[in-house]
Design a protein around this ligand. Structure first.
Ligand SMILES: [Zn+2]
Length: 155
């Protein structure tokens, strides 16, 4: 088995917030990431696909094709966006690095033309990262009645 990886970068804002917590709990649990209007991270995403290289091309998956799919399915939708409000497939989830990995997997996996999605690694900073290998994980998702669908207005 051979493993190939495509790396991508994006920058985005998020706010970590659980609507069932009090403001004090949200602040204590999520700290800086609970900032009312959100705050930003420079993310690095690594997507690894495994398979046997095609004898005719030597490719598990053409990395140019993987780049195009990654851009289309994920990067174009999240880069320079607010992850809580601007991204349809993230609507209602707490955008931690863990939940982003699971959500990205769900978007990407059905769109791969060859090979098998092996892992998604997402760096939220140089120090903090998450690995996901596709084991079933329930992704709690609040409805728009439970979480705001746009930035709060601040007077
Ligand atoms: Zn944060």
């Amino acid at each position: 088995m051979v493993y190939v990886t495509r790396k991508a970068h994006f920058s985005a804002a998020h706010r970590l917030y659980n609507p069932t917590f009090t403001d004090e709990q949200n602040e204590r649990v999520f700290d800086k990431c609970n900032n009312l209007l959100g705050h930003g991270h420079n993310y690095t995403l690594e997507v690894t696909v495994r398979g046997i290289p095609d004898p005719a091309t030597g490719y598990v998956i053409d990395l140019k094709i993987l780049k195009d799919i990654l851009d289309h399915v994920i990067i174009d939708k999240v880069d320079h966006k607010h992850l809580n409000y601007d991204v349809e497939f993230l609507r209602g989830i707490i955008p931690t690095v863990e939940n982003l990995c699971v959500a990205f997997w769900q978007e990407l996996e059905p769109n791969l033309p060859s090979g098998t999605l092996h892992s998604i690694r997402l760096f939220e900073s140089d120090q903090n990262l998450c690995d996901y290998f596709g084991e079933p994980v329930e992704l709690p998702r609040w409805t728009s009645a439970e979480v705001p669908t746009h930035l709060p207005s601040v007077v």
